[in-house]
Ligand binder design. Structure first.
Ligand code: HEC
Length: 446
């Protein structure tokens, strides 16, 4: 009877049946799951608090491992599976969740040593073979305790000809303390940080960014477990104009000891100029006019931009908000009036995750890109620094943002200042009363 149900209903019940017979062991079943899904972060020197390389390391955490995977707290991934498919999807399969649960429930046995898969060797250096490395000229010192504000450091480029970049990898020298980071391309003539002293760290310079469309592009990023990023989607590459400098944006967290970090970005150059450029919008759409009333548990804020050029595709979505945001939706409204939710998901400030669309979406000229976010500014939000405060746009964690880094594939000769234009609610003055701008201010197709 049992064999029959297993063969009819497939793998999932098969595993449940295995669990019932308490066959599941660390060496045979659990370790392969940890190797594939957890060890990139859960090993010495990486971001997670404990190592999960061996049985003796993992055993004391058996119940916590079960809780983390059953609640989907781990691995970190916030996309609602009802919308979109993503190439970098980290979710476990139901079978993998069941393996960890059953193992924890059955006393977390080690099993037979001969069942143990070979240990994974993680590369200690670059994952790409960089043709060029750009690095911070001096180490940044991170205090033992307290909050470290975002740091922005302008770094000399020495770029003597136009470059096309196939892939990039940002690497801190000290991954324990770099929570996340970005390296921006600062093309010649850009106003952002134009008067910055090279190599000197500035705080919150983001606030002084003159214009969203200053030619800035994001070259490389660091997030825990992210690794290298390829810009080659069907032959596309990232552009660095001759004469560019770079801005390192760094979010450090204190580790209990005084430490320091030198972050760098390595790039692999494309062999020839590509037909398609991979361009990352520098935080657009954006609700610069947002208002979140004090105590509001569910304040809605929308932002909108319109696609201003032909023949482009949306390939990547990375929401960016601060501590009060709860969720994020990106909706496309096509010139035909049809609409599509390209992404919907929960928000967690600790993980600035980005989502690679499995199939880039064609967004014709005139397509409206609407982003919809809800904030919890009540005392029930444990991350809320001050529920008594009405919140506006600003660079610090206690201010808010509603913005998006969107990756587009565009014809190589496109004028990037024309790719996205703020529109609709994003052009209106800040709402005088209540949260917003809200969806009720947006003209939606019938
Ligand atoms: C991208 C990096 C990353 C990956 C992948 C990852 N973790 Fe974590 N994990 C972390 C970090 C960072 C923390 C500590 C911060 C937190 O709890 O969010 C953590 C915390 C935990 C905790 C403690 C939770 C608590 O409540 O204290 C458990 C248990 C855990 N992870 C299990 C797992 C398991 C099991 C996997 C794989 C199925 C996994 N993690 C994959 C980074 C990661």
């Amino acid at each position: 009877m049992r064999t029959l149900s297993v063969s009819l209903v497939g793998g999932f019940l098969g595993v449940a049946a295995m669990a019932a017979s308490s066959n599941i062991t660390f060496n045979k079943d659990v370790l392969p799951v940890l190797q594939k899904n957890c060890q990139e972060c859960h090993r010495p020197g990486e971001v997670a608090p404990m190592s999960l390389l061996t049985y003796s390391e993992a055993r004391p955490w058996a119940k916590a491992l079960k809780a983390a995977v059953v609640t989907q707290k781990m691995p970190p991934w916030f996309a609602d599976p009802k919308y979109g498919h993503f190439a970098n999807d980290r979710r476990l399969s139901p079978e993998e969740v069941e393996i960890i649960s059953a193992w924890a429930d059955n006393g977390a046995p080690e099993g037979d040593a001969k069942d143990k898969p070979a240990a994974i060797t993680f590369p200690t250096g670059w994952k790409i073979k960089p043709d060029m490395v750009i690095e911070m000229p001096e180490a940044f010192v991170i205090p033992a305790k307290g909050t470290v504000n975002y740091q922005f450091i302008r770094v000399k480029g020495n770029i003597t000809e136009d470059l096309w970049v196939e892939s990039a990898e940002m690497r801190p020298s000290n991954p324990k303390v770099l929570h996340h980071g970005k390296v921006w391309v600062l093309p010649p003539g850009s106003k952002w940080m134009e008067d910055a002293v090279l190599g000197k760290p500035y705080e919150g310079v983001e606030a002084r960014r003159n214009d969203q469309f200053d030619g800035n592009d994001i070259l490389g990023k660091f997030n825990p477990g992210l690794g290298a990023q390829s810009f080659d989607i069907g032959g596309s590459a990232k552009f660095i104009p001759k004469g560019s400098d770079f801005v390192f944006e760094l979010h450090y967290t204190a580790s209990g000891q005084i430490t320091s970090d030198i972050s760098r970005v390595g790039i692999v150059l494309a062999k020839r100029p590509p037909a398609t450029r991979y361009y990352l919008s520098p935080g657009t759409p954006a609700a610069l006019n947002l208002v979140i009333p004090a105590g509001d548990p569910n304040a809605e804020v929308v932002a909108e931009s319109v696609v201003g050029v032909d023949s482009i595709k949306l390939a990547y979505i990375q929401p960016h908000m601060h501590l009060r945001a709860k969720d994020y939706e990106l909706r496309l409204i096509y010139p035909t009036g049809e609409s599509q939710v390209a992404f919907k998901g929960k928000w967690d400030f600790d993980w600035q995750l980005g989502y690679d669309l499995k199939e880039p979406i064609v967004v014709p000229k005139g397509t409206r890109i609407l982003t919809i976010v809800h904030y919890d500014n009540s005392a029930n939000n444990k991350f809320n620094p001050d529920p008594q405060k009405t919140v506006y746009w600003g660079p610090q964690n206690w201010d808010e943002m509603q913005s998006s880094f969107l990756g587009f594939l565009i014809p190589a000769n496109t004028d990037i200042s024309q790719v996205l234009k703020a529109s609709g609610p994003s052009l209106k003055p800040r709402p005088q009363s209540g949260p917003g701008p809200s969806l009720s201010m947006v003209e939606l197709p019938k």
